[in-house]
Design a protein around this ligand. Sequence first.
Ligand SMILES: Nc1ncnc2c1ncn2[C@@H]1O[C@H](COP(=O)(O)OP(=O)(O)OP(=O)(O)O)[C@@H](O)[C@H]1O
Length: 545
Amino acid sequence: MPIPIGNWSVVFGNRLISEHRQLQIEAQEVGIQTNIERLNNGQRAAYDAITSSIFENKGTTFFLHGGAGTGKTFLYNTIAVKCRSLGHIVVTVASSGIASLLLLGGRTAHSTFRIPLDVLENSVCGFSKNSLQAELFRETKLIIWDEVAMQHKYCIEAVDRSLRDICDNEKPFGGITVVLGGDFRQVLPVVPKGVREQIVNASLRRSELWNDIHVLTLDLNMRLNPMDPENVTFARFLMEVGTNPQEIVHLPPTIRKCQDLTELLSTVYPQLEIQTTSTPTYLTERSILSARNEDVNAINAAALNVFPGDAFTYLAADKLSKDDELDRSITNRYPNEYLNSLDPPGLPSFRVELKVGCPIMLLRNISPKNGLCNGTRMMVVRCGTRIIEAKILTGEKSGNLEFIPIISLTPSSSEFPFRMTRRQFPVRLAYAMTINKSQGQSVKFVGVDLRTPVFSHGQLYVALSRCTSFDRISVLLPVDETDTTTNVDWEEKAVELKRINSTRLRHWLSNSIVVHALNWYIEVDTQTFWRVMERKFKPLNTRGV
Ligand SMILES: Nc1ncnc2c1ncn2[C@@H]1O[C@H](COP(=O)(O)OP(=O)(O)OP(=O)(O)O)[C@@H](O)[C@H]1O
């Protein structure tokens, strides 16, 4: 297609600003006053602090910290509607497509701010000073950014840098009031093949920006009924797992412990062998979670095996990028059979097997406006040769029938020493999903596969907080465990990872031990060091005796 000549925004105005004018008109039609009156004390205090920064042009950066169900989204939307109804521009974004669907006028942070995919320490966003985006942001009074705890700090820093530049203002985010929100008890940013220190360091809390951030806290769970003692105990248990985690967690007797995978499957998905059981409500209400992709794939395959009906198999077309295809040393070393055997995270498998009535999860933001985001759960309605028809199970658009096309997907550049593309339906089976993927999703019945314990910060807390009561959680533990599992908390004060420096070394050695691991030095306080050693080596000693 030829590129249009001329500057159409001069004729029609800035289309991004026009979209926001539409949101302002819609906001005037919503009766926002009742929502403001319903805010609880914590929400009200946060509301007052944020609105005063907006209306008095203070340009404060806030972090709204709150666990699952504490009413963060309710508050974001209340503030956004209030400001829009007064004619202000409010940009609402989230770190994931699925979370952005819950915000009024929400989009992903990456698409709104044009954050580079391979973001680095000094990256800037992909809009210039004269762009439509820059014009929109200069008019913006408030930015709301949800699920920030799982976003790499470089993304937030890139937005800060770019906004300072286009607004010619050295205040954080160019002087715009910003509300970042999330929960640091949940999983931290994903750093491919990253070691613990890299992952902890990728968190916003380790950014220079954190020094200028004003933290607001919400701690009343609005999803649980405070009059129900069972609910209160459950909320307390979750809080304990999230905020004061012990290395070993005792799972209360009210949580069902399954003997094997078959029992876990039949507890979470009862009567799966009957085709008519698989309705949208049945599938929306349940999920099995596991920390590792391999276990998730095995559980999905087992569930599909139990579910009746004909299986449709779709094989992908894999190929190397054009440059690599010409290089004989690469084509000889990585033939097509090898590419087919790869199962990179975030990409569909080479072989996708589906049945009508089974749940799937989208792996790409195909059309956020229509509820088709990375993470959207759907139920397969028809399996065509070139298209899959599926019903949306979650979010505002649930119940809508949509077509899923075959598309070309590329794994992140750092994954392999070559570039490849895979043409496949961007879906995975969704009877089970990884704990990281389940963040932000709620279900009625959850199964947690803990045969391999969680390995990263916040995973146990996220897995156990997907539903609202003990008796709806079933777990599968290793054969030799009856009611305990391991938790991981990387934000704790007891063990701090730091690059060594000689002045600190002398000081540290008085009350801690410095261990050399790979190319990092790890400082561990003496008590924790011996506790870990004891746990690790006790079995050997016992056998020796
Ligand atoms: N002040 C309030 N009055 C009435 N209902 C509320 C209030 N605050 C929150 N809620 C309701 O409580 C439930 C949880 O709130 P919300 O989804 O905003 O929490 P959240 O912190 O965003 O949760 P999550 O992190 O799990 O997404 C929702 O159904 C919401 O409508």
